[in-house]
Design a protein around this ligand. Structure first.
Ligand code: ADP
Length: 144
């Protein structure tokens, strides 16, 4: 069975650490693994709380998804991985829930995640990373 690695990417993070890139490349090479990138847009639940009227405006979501995927494409280009081993996913909702959900459905053998945003130095482990470490059924590699 081909090994599968899930790499959640926050597209609002301007700077992806070289460390994440190097670790993903190394782990992927080790097992000739598939690498699944996922970006989650946390916007939808916010719109939903505003009421059905706003949900009716959902075509906007298509544009947001297209933009998000474009940004994800740009980020993924920085990784040197075999093209036929790369998959890109988009979801809307709570990032931690969507990451855990996709980890289960792929199913992933390993999740590689940054501990927190580079500029958030007060936290050693961000809330998304913490939830993934705590609830994922597979191994999780936290990059600091
Ligand atoms: P912080 O609170 O410092 O932002 P997080 O735990 O939210 O820390 O982020 C750590 C990592 O979690 C990110 O580098 C990314 O890998 C993942 N992550 C966070 N938000 C998202 C998102 N919206 N979509 C995909 N991955 C995310």
């Amino acid at each position: 069975m081909t090994k599968k690695i899930l790499v959640p990417i926050d597209i609002s993070e301007t700077e992806l650490t070289q460390r994440v890139i190097a670790q993903v490349e190394a782990q992927a090479r080790l097992d000739d693994a598939e690498v699944h990138f996922l970006t989650v847009l946390p916007l939808y639940p916010y719109y939903a709380t505003l009421g059905a009227r706003y949900v009716a405006d959902l075509p906007v979501m298509d544009d947001l998804e297209t933009d998000a995927m474009k940004k994800l494409d740009e980020i993924v280009k920085q990784f040197s991985l075999p093209e036929d081993r790369v998959y890109k996913h988009f979801a809307e909702g709570a990032p931690k829930d969507k990451i855990l959900e996709l980890a289960k459905t792929i199913p992933a053998d390993l999740v590689i995640i940054s501990s927190h945003r580079p500029d958030f130095t007060t936290y050693l482990l961000g809330s998304t990373a913490a939830a993934v470490v705590r609830h994922a059924e597979c191994s999780v590699l936290v990059i600091r």
